[in-house]
Design a protein around this ligand. Structure first.
Ligand SMILES: [Zn+2]
Length: 435
């Protein structure tokens, strides 16, 4: 008699039938080598010489990769279909009627010259969870849905369709594959004229869980097994235009210049100073700069640069932005230039649900794994799902903190750990009612 049978017998004899499935469930483990096998098989679709993949959304490699994943989901005994937005959904019935489904999944599209783990670990991990449940004849209370979102890297298209945010205008944008999003949805077996059918509203989903690689180096550096994500940071982008006056670099005296690039240099330094002036994990970046007219013998008359601020707290982003504006005004006066800020993009922060966070943390600790609460600096489908349902995210270490690169790697043990935490967290969330 192994330990599992022993526990079974003991509890059965004690008449504690109601607790029997829970004890059994907490001992379930996923098949680590099988996940690695699936990761390697999926890596063939869009494989590139650098050892990574170029599986951009709506490419032939993406379509074939999705076909492969569709088959894996069928083998995991899920009821699989492609929704009108082109997302793959694998359903599994629950035992309690009228409960909303519990969703978990990720994406398998990549950036050009991407790696084999971003999105893939969470997608194949979710399928492995379903397969483990099927093999052990576990029926959850909630219906389950494994979701493989489409085109995460090109703007969270599949998950945004689910929360009804995808606009008609956006459907005509050309994606990296060369196809418009509208064409891409059709290419993946969806129907862009029926997107309203994909839309879910708050209360339609019990919870959403996503396992993902960290894509940063914190977990590896601190030797921590599992990151419990506190939320996906808000991202604000501005285009900043600095207007000076272009003039002869040889004949214009130093005290008589309106040098837009000099002002930009002071601005970049000010952004760094403001962002690091308060405690916290906020980040601020000037990542793009263009000086005009761009000649060695002309004083730059105009500079266009980007400003990006990220934090879990939208109010903090606003506070930092106002401080940066004040600095810009001072630089403008001192350098006789004019600053203009144009807001380009705002992604509001998406906090995860504290109750799910606690269940993820508990699941990891019961598996003997160390945890750390941390924000996600990168965007994920979970941020859209957070508009619809309580969400939770699990991070595993990325070796060297490298991502969006063929060098992206996560160790098989870390992957198995993450998928086991996902499995246990799904089972724990299943036992509670969150909405
Ligand atoms: Zn991803």
């Amino acid at each position: 008699m192994n330990r599992r049978q022993f526990n079974f017998g003991l509890l059965g004899a004690a008449g504690a039938f109601a607790f029997r499935p829970f004890t059994f469930q907490s001992q379930l483990r996923v098949n680590g080598p099988r996940i690695v096998e699936h990761i390697n098989a999926l890596a063939e679709f869009g494989k590139n010489p650098q050892g990574g993949v170029s599986r951009v959304a709506y490419s032939e490699a993406d379509r074939l990769g999705r076909e492969y994943v569709f088959g894996l989901m069928q083998r995991a005994r899920l009821e699989v279909s492609v929704d009108a937005a082109g997302n793959i959904i694998g359903q599994r019935a629950g035992s309690v009627t009228n409960l909303q489904p519990l969703l978990f999944g990720s994406h398998i599209d990549s950036v050009p010259e991407g790696g084999n783990f971003d999105g893939v670990v969470g997608s194949l991990g979710a399928i492995e969870v379903a397969q483990t449940l099927a093999e052990n004849n576990v029926t959850t209370r909630h219906p389950l849905e494994v979701v493989i979102f489409q085109n995460e890297e090109g703007g969270l298209i599949g998950s945004r369709a689910m929360d009804g945010e995808l606009t008609e205008k956006e459907l005509d944008l050309v994606s990296r594959s060369g196809k418009t999003i509208r064409e891409g949805i059709k290419f993946l077996g969806g129907d862009p004229t029926r997107l309203s059918g994909v839309k879910r509203k708050r209360g339609d989903i019990a919870a959403y869980l996503e396992l993902h690689i960290e894509q940063g180096g914190i977990l590896e550096r601190e030797k921590i097994d599992i990151g419990v994500v506190e939320g996906i940071v808000g991202i604000n982008w501005w285009d900043v235009t600095i207007e000076g006056f272009a003039n002869h670099a040889g004949t214009t005296a130093m005290n008589n210049r309106q040098d837009a690039l000099l002002a930009a240099a002071k601005f970049i330094e000010a952004v760094n100073r403001v962002v690091t002036s308060v405690p916290g994990r906020q980040v601020g970046t000037v990542g793009r700069i263009q000086a005009l007219p761009g000649a060695p013998n002309v004083i730059p008359g105009k500079v266009i640069l980007s400003l990006e601020l990220r934090d879990l707290d939208a109010a903090k982003i606003e506070m930092l932005y106002q401080k940066i504006r004040t600095e810009a005004n001072q630089i403008a006066v001192a350098n006789k230039v004019r600053f203009d800020f144009k807001e380009i993009n705002v992604n509001i922060p998406a906090p995860t649900d504290p109750r799910i966070r606690a269940l993820i943390d508990q699941s990891a600790k019961e598996l003997g794994l160390s945890t750390k609460q941390m924000p996600s600096g990168a965007g994920h489908d979970a941020q859209d799902m957070a508009r619809l349902a309580p969400v939770g995210m699990i991070f595993i270490p990325s070796v060297g903190g490298i991502s969006h690169s063929p060098k992206e790697f996560s160790k098989p043990q870390d992957i198995a750990n993450g998928v086991n935490v996902l499995l246990q967290a799904v089972l724990k969330v299943d036992r509670v009612t969150l909405v």
